[in-house]
Design a protein around this ligand. Structure first.
Ligand SMILES: [Zn+2]
Length: 64
């Protein structure tokens, strides 16, 4: 998942969690930082960003 970032919090802790039943239609991703889940076909431009909040807390709460 190189280069993928969460559309909501901009974390790079993103992993693919599912494929579409019809291969190649879409993939589902999950952000391990904020638990947001989305599909690759979704319009992500209207995501309610949580950047400011998560940047304040992500460093210490979610560090590996
Ligand atoms: Zn996130």
């Amino acid at each position: 998942m190189k280069g993928l970032i969460c559309p909501r919090c901009d974390s790079n802790k993103v992993e693919k969690v599912a494929d579409s039943p019809v291969r190649g239609k879409w993939e589902a991703y999950s952000c391990r930082a904020c638990n947001y889940v989305w599909r690759s076909t979704e319009d992500l431009t209207n995501i309610d960003k949580r950047i400011e909040y998560w940047r304040q807390t992500a460093g210490r709460e979610w560090a590996d």
